[in-house]
Design a protein around this ligand. Structure first.
Ligand SMILES: C[S@@+](CC[C@H](N)C(=O)[O-])C[C@H]1O[C@@H](n2cnc3c(N)ncnc32)[C@H](O)[C@@H]1O
Length: 292
């Protein structure tokens, strides 16, 4: 019998599949997050929308130039480099994928941002930074992949300075009991193949409970699904015809991104199956922690 893969190995395998590597490269130039389309701006290019999403992050972090920030699950570093180049933040990025980290460091050097931004290979579940190192922490579409989000929250809380902010860009799902059996089957397939370990716990409306249990306060959750819908529509159209063949030959597990792009699309629009959220929360200030 084959050895059971760890969650980290499954995440790495998912991002190293042919479909993921080429899909992200061709469509998003290596960035792996959704774009932001302000109302009435559906015609924006993908890269304009990606940068606008990163501007949304900068606004939620609301930090001064020179502030030190952790990018948990940095991928190829597009977000960190945008924040460093345009907002003057100093950023430490960490990711499981050594190829992504190498690409991120190359880009930082090319853009002459390598003094302000550094990326390294590692697991953000095992942060070794001293307590209170960072003025801000963010995780852009990565927390769904961890097997123990409570442990990730504890780590983020520990490395944040008191009074500083955590910002998550994260998905949530319709509560399972409200899904039809068809929705459940396709959701389960995507969760399994894309290593989305925490997604079942991220039901709509759950983030405030989960974050307050981890000691965060001042929690805000914004459902911005309409602002990412134009990108979902592009992915749906791009994947629609290839997906008919994928489905015919029963290859959904091998092409999970195309499967998700087509199979979830109508249910997102009509049944609130999936949401895209911006979540911010603060580590309470020191005097408040002492009084608890
Ligand atoms: C959807 S991608 C997002 C990448 C990047 N934040 C972006 O916006 O382009 C998720 C990333 O999280 C990374 N990741 C998942 N779990 C991780 C962990 N425990 N530690 C470090 N990185 C992790 C994956 O390797 C992947 O690069």
């Amino acid at each position: 019998m084959g050895e059971k893969l760890t969650p980290q190995q499954q995440v790495t395998d998912y991002f190293n599949t042919w479909e993921s590597r080429w899909g992200y490269r061709l469509l998003l130039k290596g960035t792996k997050h959704f774009g932001y389309y302000p109302e009435g701006s559906e015609q924006l290019s993908m890269s304009e929308a990606l940068r606008l999403m990163e501007d949304e992050l900068a606004q939620r972090l609301a930090l001064d130039r020179g502030a030190l920030v952790l990018d948990a699950g940095c991928g190829e570093g597009g977000t960190a480099l945008h924040l460093a180049g345009n907002y003057g933040l100093r950023i430490q990025g960490i990711d499981l994928l050594d190829t992504s980290v190498a690409a991120a460091n190359r880009k930082a050097k090319d853009l002459e941002l390598d003094e302000r931004v550094t990326f390294h290979t590692g697991d953000y579940m095992e942060l070794t930074y001293a307590k209170g190192t960072f003025d801000g922490v963010y995780a852009m579409e990565t927390l769904v992949h961890v097997a123990d989000f409570g442990k990730a929250f504890q780590g983020f809380h520990r490395v944040l300075k008191a009074g500083s902010r955590l910002v998550l860009f994260e998905y949530s799902l319709l509560p399972r009991e409200k899904m039809t059996s068809r929705q459940r089957a396709i959701v389960d397939l995507v969760i399994e193949e894309a290593a989305l370990y925490s997604l079942p716990a991220f039901s709509h409306g759950q983030f405030p409970n989960l974050l307050s249990q981890a000691g965060f306060g001042d929690i805000a959750v914004e459902n911005i699904t309409p602002r990412v819908m134009p990108m979902l529509t592009k992915f749906y159209r791009f994947a629609y015809f290839p997906y008919q063949l994928i489905k015919f030959f029963g290859l959904q597990r091998q092409f999970v991104n195309a499967t998700c792009a087509v199979e979830w699309y109508r249910d997102i629009i009509e049944n609130d199956l999936w949401r895209y959220n911006i979540i911010s929360a603060s580590k309470p200030a020191e005097h408040f922690i002492r009084e608890q």
